[in-house]
Design a protein around this ligand. Structure first.
Ligand code: ADP
Length: 455
């Protein structure tokens, strides 16, 4: 069932229940009121008749019957019967009919003084009348045609009112539910039109206030992020192919040069040495790309645990120095941590070590003294590692791009590298919900700082 119909149905059930309860209450109250009013009339009639008969000497049974039949307010099937204490009928307002009476009813009247009951469709009242030691039972009955036809009218009015009310409610329910859900249908149509090729398209954000507008705003945010991811992927592929093409072209021209004429042995050696150098560069680039691809692929599923960041700093130092012994790394604490928790963070040791390796490597690579100065500092919330060098520095403009894949600043072109390391660092730090930043001045040096929330 569609949401529109479900809302309309719920709305109709609620209104229908209210209408039904309301109608039933009105009907029951009116019916009770009619009955009581009619019983009251019958009692008055019975009392008047018995008083005329017993107390007014001038009135005999004949006269009383004449009065009864000619009263303007006479009711349908009206009958007044008076019985004495031995259940003998001493007065009947009708004489052409066979009189049925029930001795049990008469006794009940004598016991209770007053009884309200039915006789077929007629209402019947029994009254006990006492005077001068005489006990008379008066039965007064009649058919309340006027009251019953009023009740019939009320039943019809309530029934049709209920039916009309329900139809209007269902109609309005469907209409208003459709109105409220129309923006969702619109969003639905717009979403169906979005494919990987037109990720630029955005949903109509309407009044930017209600829940549906907020849904559209959030969806647009997701689209923006998706578009960026697609864009990054596209540029990654084109950069990667470009980077691979350069050493391959160099390889090809070296080989062509070697084939052009017969070479002497030293010339052969030179060509082979060049080929080896280009192949090494190619291998190194392929390894970096592979590492980047693997890291990005598995970055969401790496296990996190509590690790000591200063321990990882020392591990990274040892690993880098064993691969590149000419480098120097000086590690220093800016402040003594208040307790050992201040250098403990929740993260992945291998990934954090990779970040530090990249930063240490860059600092040593891009500075003439091949020295990285590392400072560890902590405060009540964060643990920071600052990696400082006195190297070539990074221009203001280049600082905006160094965390993008394959970006290399102009002054770094004479150094080995592919521009991948810092983009990996940024992704890993983002995964750890930390921050990485850089301050630098050309020819003076650079400081890369990562800050992670400690436990
Ligand atoms: P790579 O060092 O392999 O080129 P990275 O992603 O590590 O790649 O760095 C991207 C760019 O940022 C470098 O090419 C360089 O221009 C700049 N850079 C990074 N670290 C430093 C540094 N310590 N000093 C100067 N420039 C740096």
């Amino acid at each position: 069932m569609s949401i529109r119909n479900r809302i309309a149905l719920q709305f109709s059930i609620i209104v229908a229940s209210i209408l039904i309860v309301f109608s039933v209450v009105i009907y029951v109250v009116s019916a009770t009121y009619r009955r009581e009013e009619f019983y009251e009339r019958l009692k008055n009639k019975g009392r008047t008749t018995v008083r005329f008969l017993v107390e007014v000497n001038e009135v005999d049974q004949k006269l009383l019957k004449i009065i009864d039949r000619n009263t303007l307010t006479a009711l349908i099937n009206e009958k007044v019967l008076i019985f004495d204490s031995r259940n003998h009928l001493i007065y009947s307002s009708v004489d052409d009919q066979i009189i049925h009476y029930n001795a049990k009813l008469l006794n009940e009247v004598r016991q209770n003084g007053e009884v309200e009951t039915y006789s077929g469709d007629n209402e019947l009242v029994g009254l006990l009348y006492r005077q001068n030691g005489r006990e008379l039972v008066v039965l007064s009955s009649a058919y309340d045609r006027f009251g019953r036809s009023k009740m019939e009218n009320l039943r019809l009015t309530l029934g049709w009112g209920l039916l009309g009310g329900l139809s209007i409610t269902i109609g309005l329910g469907i209409f208003f539910a459709g109105q409220s859900l129309r923006p969702i249908s619109r969003i639905n149509e717009q979403v169906s039109a979005i494919t990987a090729r037109n990720l630029r398209q955005r949903l109509d954000e309407g009044n930017r206030q209600d829940e549906i507008a907020r849904l559209a705003i959030n969806f647009n945010d997701v689209l923006t992020r998706l578009e960026q991811a697609f864009e990054q992927q596209r540029s990654f592929v084109s950069h990667a192919s470009h980077e691979l093409r350069t050493p391959l072209a160099a390889l090809k021209s070296e080989i062509q040069l070697g084939l052009r004429r017969p070479l002497t042995v030293p010339e052969h050696e030179e060509v082979l040495a060049n080929l080896l150098q280009d192949t090494d560069r190619l291998i190194s680039l392929t390894n970096s790309l592979l590492f980047l691809a693997r890291t990005l692929e598995s970055i969401q599923s790496v296990p996190f645990q509590i690790v000591r960041i200063d321990d990882i700093v020392f591990l990274a130092k040892d690993e880098l120095l064993s691969a590149k012994p000419t480098y120097r790394i000086e590690i220093d604490y800016e402040n003594i941590p208040n307790d050992e928790n201040e250098t403990q963070v929740t993260g992945n040791e291998d990934l954090l070590k990779q970040v530090l390796l990249n930063l240490f490597d860059n600092a040593c690579k891009y500075s003439p003294d091949h020295t990285a100065r590392v400072r560890i500092s902590t405060d009540h919330q964060f643990c920071r590692i600052a990696v400082h060098d006195q190297g070539i520095g990074i221009s203001e403009e280049a600082q905006q791009h160094i965390f993008e894949s394959f970006y290399r600043a102009n002054n770094a072109m004479n150094y080995d590298g592919f521009g991948i390391g810092l983009s990996i660092c940024a992704k890993i730090i983002e995964l750890h919900q930390g921050e990485i930043s850089v301050t630098s001045q050309l020819q003076a040096g650079s400081t890369f700082t990562i800050s992670l929330a400690h436990i």
